[in-house]
Design a binder for this molecule. Structure first.
Ligand code: NGO
Length: 501
């Protein structure tokens, strides 16, 4: 009772203590965040966040405010009582960029304005990086005006080679969203395993996701539809859109083990737990194949609110070129039939039906005539060049995890390239964004995932967001970020290219 009275009194009193400008010593320069903001004007005294600082947000932005409140351990309120000492989130039509925001800091408070909750969420990620981890929580004064260069800033997790649990995927979503990564592509099927429940073909998961599946037979598991929907919701609450991938017509051994009728001779192949690629193919001439594909796409589309269904299409070395085109001619339009945009690895660009699709470029070269021709016809591109953006590749020869077929990718290499001019004949207007795929042949647990993803994913995120890149600036900001990962228990790679603070 006494406690409640004290709280009431505190609320009723004018908060003179909070209104009086606290001594201000900004410890983090405004704009010293990843990804680098578009415009930064540092000026005037900053604002010191105290235990009495309240986050004020309209009801529609409450979810973003609650997330910030959890992160900074501050109270959230529905409206301003006119006091100073607040962090205000405001939805404002004056901001025109859909994911953009404006962050203003002065002695009386901090305001984040955006046109949408996604914009507010982005502004809040910036703000969190400006709050010192230790000591007085003073944020430098001034203003940041920011918006992304590309609408698609993604990463991929491979659940097929080793299954990663929903809890691990959620934790990863928390980490990627801090860098304004807004798409998470889930590679849900491959030769070694099938990881998403499909009601009309139940053995895909009971067999294809069962014991003994995965590389070396040690990565079993699958997402039920309820798991998947829950992940989609969780991701959405961090402004991340899930992109599901079913890889076909190659990379289908696990499906064929479960359903031998998906092979041309009707004989089940042996399960595979090795890491070879390019040996399996759906049977292009069988009508049954298209019934299967349509069932999978229909069920996947029904539980996916995001715009894309990824149909794989890579390394179909066991499918003839003619059969590949026959397959894509039927399958690419099926995605549109279920209301989604087809998305596939860049091999799909060979098919005329890819005109309305998105091709994910994973090649090693900066020329690709098939892709450039498709782009001239309307295909749009996500950039994931394997020698730069594949975060499953080793950092250097001593990296204990990862592959190295595309080369070693140190932190600088993953950062120092331009997605908007990377491939001849693919202009920026055709590039939707950038994605860093994380394949799981050698990865088992969350520590493995984080060690390969961080810090490289932060650099890829900056390429996707910021208007220009600057290695020296990035390097400094990355070094300063290290303690934040450490504080959260993220097992990141301490690259010798960075001075970790
Ligand atoms: C390739 C291959 C995958 C491997 C990956 C490993 C693509 C698109 N297909 O990338 O099956 O897992 O390399 O780096």
């Amino acid at each position: 009772m006494r406690l409640r009275l004290a709280v009431l009194l505190a609320c009723a009193l004018p908060l003179t203590a909070a209104a009086a400008p606290a001594p201000v010593t900004p410890v983090i320069a405004l704009g010293s965040v990843i990804p680098a903001p578009v415009q930064v004007h540092q000026s005037g005294p900053g604002f010191r966040i105290t235990d009495r600082t309240v986050i004020i947000a309209p009801p529609r932005a409450r979810d973003v405010a609650d997330r910030l409140g959890e992160a900074l351990r501050l109270r959230v309120a529905g409206h301003s009582s006119g006091r100073t000492g607040n962090i205000a989130l405001e939805l404002s039509r004056a901001i025109t960029e859909p994911e953009g925001y404006r962050l203003t800091v002065n002695r009386s408070g901090i305001t984040v304005r955006a046109a949408s909750n996604a914009g507010l969420f982005n502004g809040v990620q910036t703000l969190q990086q400006l709050v010192p981890l230790t000591g007085p929580r003073t944020v430098a004064g001034g203003e940041i005006v920011d918006h992304p260069r590309f609408g698609y800033r993604g990463t991929m997790l491979d659940l097929a080679r080793h299954f990663h649990t929903p809890a691990e995927v959620k934790r990863h979503i928390d980490e990627i969203s801090k860098f304004k990564v807004n798409y998470l592509h889930l590679h849900l099927s491959d030769d070694q395993g099938w990881r998403i429940q499909i009601d009309s073909w139940p053995r895909l998961t009971t067999v294809g996701g069962g014991p003994g599946t995965g590389v070396d037979g040690v990565g079993p598991g699958y997402l039920t539809k309820a798991d998947y929907r829950d992940l989609v919701r969780y991701a959405a609450s961090r402004y991340v859109t899930i992109v599901p991938e079913i890889d076909m017509p190659g990379h289908v051994n696990a499906a064929q083990v479960a359903y031998p009728e998906l092979t041309c001779d009707g004989v089940a192949p042996p399960p595979r737990t090795d890491t070879a690629v390019g040996y399996s193919s759906l049977c292009i001439g069988h009508e049954n194949t298209y019934g299967f594909v349509e069932d999978v796409i229909r069920e996947l589309a029904a539980m996916t609110p995001g715009p894309y269904i990824h149909i794989g299409g890579d390394e179909a070395h066991a499918t003839t070129a003619a059969d590949y085109l026959t397959f894509q001619k039927r399958v690419l339009p099926l995605v549109a039939k279920y209301g989604k945009t087809a998305y596939g690895w860049n091999e799909i660009a060979a098919a005329p039906e890819a005109r309305t699709a998105v091709a994910q470029y994973w090649g090693l070269t900066t020329t690709n005539a098939t892709l450039a021709a498709a782009v001239a016809n309307g295909t749009r591109v996500i950039m994931s060049p394997a020698n730069l953006a594949y975060i499953d590749q080793k950092y250097d020869p001593s990296t204990p995890l990862g592959l190295s077929w595309a080369g070693y990718i140190e932190v600088r290499k993953a950062y120092d390239w331009d997605p908007h001019t990377h491939v001849a004949g693919v202009p920026e207007s055709a590039v939707l964004g950038v994605e860093a795929p994380l394949w799981s042949e050698t990865l088992r647990d969350l520590d493995d995932i984080e060690f390969m993803a961080f810090p490289r994913l932060a650099g890829i995120a900056e390429l996707g967001w910021s208007p220009s890149r600057d290695w020296e600036s990035y390097r400094t900001r990355l070094g300063a970020y290290g303690p934040r990962w450490t504080a959260r228990g993220v097992d990141f790679y301490r690259s010798p290219q960075i001075d970790w603070s």
